[in-house]
Structures are given as C-alpha cells and as structure tokens.
Design a protein around this ligand. Structure first.
Ligand code: GLA
Length: 704
C-alpha cells in the first residue's frame, strides 16, 4: 500500500482537505475545521457493497476509467488507437502555502499529467491540468477535464441560460441521478450557456445554505457537468470541447486546460458571490487600473448608429461633457465603407468621406472637454463585401468546399493565419499609436461555425489566438482599457477579464430587462465590470418606455454610462442624466469596492440590491419593483452586512417622480429618515414603500 498524506488548503473561512497517495482525493471542501486528529481519516473510509468491484475506488481529481471509476474520465485520448486507457500515479507532490501541484505519470502510455490546485484568501479555489506526451507518435486528446468533488448534500443546482438581449437568466433544478450537463458549441463564451453553475444544499438561497459555485474560464466551446454516480457520490466537471483531431500532441508537447474556478460558502449565494467578487478584484482584473475610478461613458451606438458626422459627433461630445460624462466612445460606423451592417468589416481604415478632416479633430475635441476617447473595433470579423475579403478570401475561418453560413452578414477571420493575425495587430496598433485612444470596445458579433484552418478543426486554437491578439495589443499599449463585447454579453468570463476591464452586459438597455440580466451577472462578477448604460426612454430592443428615474437607478451600480444621442434629448431628460451621473460619482467608490448583496424580499415583485462598505460605515440599497406585488403591503426591507451594534441614519437618496400619487401616505421613514442599529436593519428592517411597477427607490444608510 502506498503512503498517503493529508494536505490542507486553507482560505479565510473555507478549507479543502485532500488525501494524496497514488492519486488525489478531496475528502472535505467546506468550512474551516480542525482536521489534525490522526484518526479522523478513519471516519471517512467507505464500505464496499456487493455487486461492485471488490475494492473501494476513490473519486480523484482526474477520474480514470481504467481504475474502474465509471465516471466521466478526466482524459480521453489515444495514440493511433493505443494508450487509450491511462492510469496515472502521482510521482511528485509540491505543496506550499495554499498551492498544491501534483505530477502524475503513466510510463506505459508515455504521458505526464500535472494538476495544479490553489485556494486563495478570498476562498476561491482554481484547478487545471497539463498533459504532456513523452513518447514518439502524436497523442490525440479528445477530452481533458477538470474535476472537483461535491459532498452528497449538494442536492440542487442553479444554472444559467440566455440569448441575445436576454443574458444571464437563472433556473433552479434538483440534482438527481443522471446529473446535469451543459454544452456550448457556439465558438465564443456565448449568451446561451454562460460557463458557470452553482450546486448547493436543498433550498439554498441568497442568504442561507451551503453552496459551491463553479466558473470555467474559457471563451469558446465548453462542457459543464454535475454528475451523480450510482453510489450517490457527485462531482462537478468542466472542459473545453475539442473538435475532432484538433489537439494532437507530438512528443514533448503539452496542453493545459483553462482554469476551473470554484468557491464554497455556507452563507448562501451572497457569500459565494462576495468571494468571487473579491477574487476578481484582486486576482483577475489587470491590476494597473484597480485604483482608477471607472469613468462615466457616452457610447454613440444607440444615439446615431451608422450615421457619422464629425461636427455632429463633436456636439454630442460637448453635451456629454456638460452632463458629467468622462469617456466618449465612437461605436461602429467610423471605418471605410461602413454604412450599415452588410459591409466593410476588416477594412480598418478611417472612412474619409465621413471624416474628411480625419479623426484627430474629434479626438482632440473630446480630450479638450476633459474626456477620454474610445473607439469600437470588431477585429476578428470580416464582411465578404470588403476590400480585405476581396484581397484575402483565404483568411476566412472555414473549411474549403463547404458553405460557411453568414451571421449578421459577416464571417470570422482565421487567427491562426499569421498574415491575418499580423494585419489585425498592425491595424489596431496603428490607431492606438496615432490617436489618443484610452479605450477600445472589442466586439464579436457572430457565432463560429465549422472553424477550419487549412482544413483542420481550429475552434480551440482560434480562442487561444484571440487571447494572444488581445495580449499583444495590451503589451504594446498597456494604458489602453478594453471592453469585451459580443453582441452584448456573448463573451463574458474570467479568462477574458484577465486582459480586459469591463463587459458590455447586454444590447438590451431596457431597465426592466436589465434588472434581471444584471442580477444574473452579479453571481460571479462585481458591479464595476458590468457596463450599464442609461438608454433612451423608448428602449430600442423591447420598445418599452421607462422614466429616467428607473433607467438611472438601474444603471447606477455598474460601470455607468449613457447610450443615446444627448443632442436630441429634452432638457428634462438631460437634467435626469446629469442627476444620475452626479449620484453615481458620489457613490462610485462605495459601489465599486463594497460587498454586494442581493437581498431577500417578502414579495417576488421586488428586486433589491445593496452595497455595504467594507468598513461597514455606509450602505446603499436599491429597491426595484418589477411587477405588481401580491399584497397591498410588501413586507419589510431587511439589510444584512452592517455592524450590528452601530447606529445608522436611514435616508432616501432617490425615488420616482410620481411617488405619492397612488397612496394616502408612504412609510414616514421615507420622508423623515430614521435611526436604526445594524442589528435592527438585519433582523427586523423597515416597512417597504408602495411603488408602481417598473420604478425604483434608492436608500442610504450612514453610520452615526
Ligand atoms: C454589437 C454591440 C453593440 C454595438 C454593435 C455595433 O451589437 O453589442 O453595442 O457595438 O455591435 O455594430
């Protein structure tokens, strides 16, 4: 029998206990406890029932069919039909602080598997594998998956789904025999199958229950599963979906999986989200910009679409600056021949018929007004009606002899083609070197079908090359910030965020829809990376109309902006934009550094979010009413996370214009304010106001 050692990885309030021998098994992943008693391990020995293999088979970090585990294996591959059932034995264990690296070998198959596992002080664990082929002859990798075990009390799931203009929707389901599997084959992170999942104890909710959240940091095809084995053991697994034949390792070559991030919380979903938010803030986001306040945007897209007139754009900028905007972004429509969405992608030259004096006067005007300048690009895309395509039809990411379907009239460029890659870098570099551009909106508006490079599948490598292109741009222009956009929220994940600064959450600026989109996004992302703009009163994607107060408050907590043409707006609307911009600036440092909470409500009609300062000195709470409440009174607003013994002054910062119309009177605290202890706020709370549907109120608590 091989020696086995227990290894503890400790976060601030959670812990992972592993047993490492021939293989590595997670024995405990939950609360921090004392596991030092030498006999404790005995308590976890499993019995072996009849009707199975004769020995107990551990569920390891890399399940293997050939050990008789019958789970979804970590590795599926072969060397021309051989070496297809490897069994790895750990040959080296490197453990320091909270990092564990295990090197496992299968000498017969000629393979080495390195597994890295790290738990950080924010209680987020990450795991990945690197597979190396040591023998002559290409090793075809069909699958290479990251696996983390879950305890049997994980009985319920929260999963994500969505579509264009309807991202980050959540659904609850029991975790039953057969488990759950989600596949994304759309070539980008996707609106439909955002790569995250939460497992938890029955009825886990925002405040209570044990939850284990998983996020797979990959911007392409993926498979996520949470399996329940016939014996009740369960595990979560995440992997890239490799297309046939696309990963073949020659002798000495390796492949590393993306990181699977995970976090356990015994404080329900809020606890989990707060851990992920801190991890994102400290370990994912590029650190250079962490102390810079996030500038208020004006993005031209929904204001002017493809109608670009520099004088007019400069008048938009002037008005934007007057309202307090800090960064002005010219969206799609500025480059040669781009008069609509049918042509010109790929032709990254300024449209001189639209901009006869060049772009410089516009950039200078924007800068003179004290704003940063930003520009839209969609580097990976090409229209067939473009000079680029006419010159280089071979740059298409496609397979010859097959018809490649168009998406928004466009096609994808093969980034493995060196000339194409270099051309795109040169074009981006040219604009960033020529103009004072502080920010680019990097879009990707279509899904990827039959990605082929020189006839071979290239879905995986296309994503790797995309990362490399962004990295190359960032290395040359480290002060330029990047937004990741893909027809709204189609490319939102931790791996993109390591090289970008914010996401465009959705093309849907309807405040009502945004409430649910932003809530869904908040499970794994802090508010400051969520681009949230005030759109026109008549929403372009749903045709709904909302008052400025609801639009303003809905955009308030994220990385705020305006997405309309200020020149055409009424004075009343403009005063509204100015008010919410000012309000956002006054709260920005709190909103973008504090602990976010999704509050439990007594009536489903409401959605309530709060941000509490890290030092508990203040909090803001947004009460949004999305539909008609069931009862005529809506219960209490309870606010967690404050200092229980401290006293707080409660006041209303913002409310709908028509607030008192349909009531005899609102709760008096709304007018007069009141003083409460943190304990009172959490346990008893305040009576809810009476609101109309699709309106919101902003409440502030300040420690006295
Ligand atoms: C996508 C983006 C929009 C806008 C357009 C421009 O749809 O999500 O915000 O940039 O492209 O074509």
């Amino acid at each position: 029998m091989t020696n086995k050692t227990l290894i503890e990885l400790k976060g601030t309030s959670t812990q992972m206990l592993l047993e490492v021998g021939e293989l590595a098994e997670i024995l405990h992943w939950g609360k921090n406890i004392d596991v030092s008693l030498p006999q404790s391990r005995l308590a976890l020995q499993r019995p072996v029932p009849y009707g199975r293999l004769d020995d107990d088979i551990a569920m390891s970090l890399s399940p293997e069919l050939a050990r008789g585990l019958f789970s979804s294996p970590a590795l599926e591959g072969h060397r021309n039909g051989l070496d297809w059932a490897p069994v790895f034995t750990i040959s080296e264990t490197i453990h320091y602080d909270n990092q564990l690296t295990l090197v496992s070998e299968d000498a017969c198959a000629g393979l080495t598997l390195k597994t890295e596992l790290q738990l950080d002080q924010h209680d987020v664990v990450k795991v990945r594998h690197t597979l190396t082929n040591n023998k002559p002859g290409a090793y075809q990798v069909n699958r290479l998956a990251n696996t983390l075990m879950l305890p049997e009390r994980a009985k319920e799931l929260m999963t994500f789904f969505g579509r264009w203009v309807h991202e980050f929707q959540t659904v609850r389901q029991p975790l039953l025999q057969g488990g759950f599997q989600q596949e994304n084959r759309r070539g980008r992170t996707s609106h439909e199958h955002y790569p995250a999942i939460v497992a938890g104890t029955s009825h886990f909710d925002e405040m209570t229950g044990d939850v284990w959240g998983f996020h797979f940091a990959w911007s392409g095809n993926h498979r996520l599963r949470v399996d329940v084995k016939a014996d009740g053991r369960r595990y979560a697994q995440a992997e890239v979906i490799y297309l046939p034949g696309e990963v073949a390792l020659e002798q000495g070559e390796s492949i590393t999986t993306p990181w699977l991030y995970a976090s356990y919380s015994d404080r329900g979903l809020n606890g989990m989200s707060q851990q992920f938010h801190e991890h994102v803030r400290h370990s994912i986001l590029p650190s250079e910009f962490s102390s810079k306040p996030r500038p208020i945007h004006l993005n031209t897209w929904e204001g002017i679409y493809f109608e670009h007139d520099p004088d007019y754009i400069m008048s938009m900028a002037t008005q934007a600056a007057q309202m307090g905007v800090e960064r002005f972004i010219i969206d799609d429509g500025w480059f040669k021949g781009r008069d609509g969405d049918k042509a010109a992608l790929g032709d990254w030259l300024l449209d001189e018929t639209k901009y006869p004096n060049g772009l410089a006067p516009v950039v200078e005007h924007v800068n003179k007004l004290g704003m940063e300048f930003g520009l839209w690009f969609e580097p990976e895309m090409i229209n067939k009606n473009s000079d680029l395509y006419r010159a280089h039809p071979e740059w298409l990411l496609a397979v010859d002899s097959y018809q490649q379907p168009a998406g928004r009239n466009q096609y994808v460029i093969d980034l493995q083609n060196e000339d194409a890659f270099n051309y795109l870098f040169e074009r981006l570099d040219y604009f960033l070197s020529t103009y004072n551009i502080a920010y680019i909106k990097w879009d990707m508006n279509r899904e990827v079908v039959q990605p082929g490079h020189e006839g071979r599948a290239a879905g995986y490598e296309q994503v790797v090359r995309y990362y490399q292109l962004v990295d190359k741009v960032r290395a040359k222009h480290p002060n330029v910030e990047i937004e990741s956009c893909a027809a709204g929220g189609g490319r939102i994940d931790f791996e993109v965020l390591k090289r970008t600064h914010r996401f465009w959450a959705s093309d849907n600026n309807d405040a009502l829809e945004r409430q649910s989109i932003q809530r869904g996004m908040s499970y794994f992302f802090p508010p400051e990376v969520m681009g949230s703009h005030i759109g026109a009163s008549h929403c372009h994607s749903t045709r709904r109309r909302h008052a400025i107060e609801f639009r303003g408050l809905t955009a308030l907590f994220g990385h705020m902006g305006i997405e309309l043409d200020p020149v055409k707006e009424s004075d009343v609307e403009k005063q509204g934009f100015e008010r919410y911009i000012k309000l956002h600036k006054s709260l920005r440092s709190l909103l973008h550094s504090g602990n976010s909470w999704r509050l439990m409500t007594d009536d489903k009609a409401h959605q309530i979010s709060a941000v509490v300062a890290k030092d508990k000195s203040q909090a803001v709470i947004q009460i949004a009413q999305l539909a008609m409440p069931t009862n005529s009174l809506s219960g209490h607003l309870r606010i967690p996370g404050l200092d229980p013994k401290a006293r707080y002054q409660v006041s209303v910062l913002d409310k709908p214009a028509l607030f008192d119309d349909i009531v005899n009177y609102q709760p008096p605290w709304m007018e007069e304010g009141c003083e409460l202890t943190g304990e009172w706020c959490e346990e008893i709370g305040l009576t809810m106001p009476i609101l109309d549907s699709e309106t919101a109120v902003l409440v502030q608590l300040q420690r006295i």
